[in-house]
Design a protein. Structure first.
Lengths: 264, 88
């Protein structure tokens, strides 16, 4: 199989890009793929913390680009999964420490070693964004059901198209089915009605995400989490499987659990 | 119960409809890349051209963009004070 370089982007900050990268990367590695996650958010490094790998960093992306170390020296191996690596961002440098051509060359080097390269793009549309998308084959856009986030996603679609990434896939994060049902939250159809992208997945707002982030363990490994299941589905779709959208009509009460136990 | 009462008393449905409508309008303007300044310039040119043929109420002039699923339209509402006599 040819390797694939995915960039996860959004425009707006705080919609769940880093969490999405951590879960997609971990999910793909769990399926036996060789994966590297690249934190392209130079100056605001976070993916290491979400992955629980913050204590293992020696070198970073800028060190590699500037030739201060070899690529292999900067890759941080995951604690849990074989074949999962992180290339951390520099924390004390500026975004312009890297140029798009350098990122492209880096992605091509990583392609030699890995099945998937998953890039965590910084928020915004400036230099950091241009760097992050420079070497990507495909873009995933994360948004939440809010006017501001969807608006920024729409802007990103335009910018990606101008850079030749013509078919970005959409991930809608933090859906609250109860609020959608009450008519107090923009629904999946409404978001995609205006963006008109291929929908890669929908992730319910779930406390288990906060708990897993506190622990530095991606929720995709949690068998009992709805958000984890949503991420496992997204990973399967990236791998080309045809998985239907999961029902967001959760019944987690006592009766619901009892029903689940008896399989009804 | 309180939630139920709230829903009965509220006449505009959920806040979602309002959000979707705002999203729709903001995207029309973003996508058309029409800055407010640009719209003002368009308005002034429209006034100049139309004034050659009829006397219009410049204060009441309203020019906006609107769109449905498939297309975007320039919608202009231009109140006419009186028609100018033809020259010949």
């Amino acid at each position: 199989m040819d390797s694939m370089v995915l960039v996860v982007t959004s425009g707006k900050g705080g919609v769940g890009k880093t969490t999405t990268v951590a879960n997609i990367g971990t999910g793909l590695a769990k399926r036996g793929k060789k994966v590297v996650m690249v934190d392209a958010d130079i100056g605001l490094r976070n993916l290491d913390v979400v992955m629980g790998l913050e204590n293992r960093i020696v070198f970073d992306l800028v060190d590699v680009v500037e030739g201060q170390c070899r690529l292999k020296q900067a890759l941080v191996k995951d604690r849990r999964l074989e074949g999962l690596y992180l290339l951390p961002a520099a924390q004390t440098r500026e975004k312009d420490a890297v140029q798009p051509e350098q990122m492209k060359a880096l992605c091509d080097e990583l392609r030699q070693e890995f099945d998937y390269v998953v890039i965590d793009c910084p928020a915004g549309i400036e230099q950091g964004f241009k760097n992050a998308i420079a070497g990507a084959d495909e873009a995933l856009i994360v948004t939440t059901p809010e006017v501001s986030a969807v608006r920024d996603a729409d802007r990103i679609v335009g910018l990606l198209q101008a850079s030749g990434l013509t078919n970005p896939k959409l991930i809608i994060n933090r859906i609250r089915p109860d609020m959608v049902k009450k008519g107090d939250m923009i629904g999946i159809e409404d978001v995609n009605g205006v963006l008109a992208l291929d929908l890669l997945g929908v992730i319910p707002d779930d406390e288990s995400i906060i708990i897993s982030t506190n622990r530095g363990e991606p929720v995709v490994l949690d068998k009992n989490s709805h958000a984890g299941e949503a991420y496992r589905n997204i990973v399967a779709r990236i791998e080309g499987e045809d998985v239907p959208l999961m029902s967001l009509d959760f019944d987690d009460g006592f009766i619901g659990k009892l029903k689940k136990m008896f399989g009804i | 119960m309180f939630d139920f009462m709230n829903r009965i008393l509220r006449d505009d449905g959920g806040s979602k409809d309002r959000a979707v409508e705002r999203l729709r309008l903001v995207l029309i303007h973003d996508r058309a890349k029409v800055a407010p300044r640009f719209m003002e310039a368009l308005k002034e040119d429209l006034i100049a051209v139309i004034s050659k043929y009829m006397e219009i109420d410049e204060e009441g002039l309203d020019v906006t963009l609107d769109s449905d699923e498939s297309s975007t339209a320039l919608v202009a509402s231009i109140p006419i004070r009186k028609m100018k006599r033809s020259y010949d």
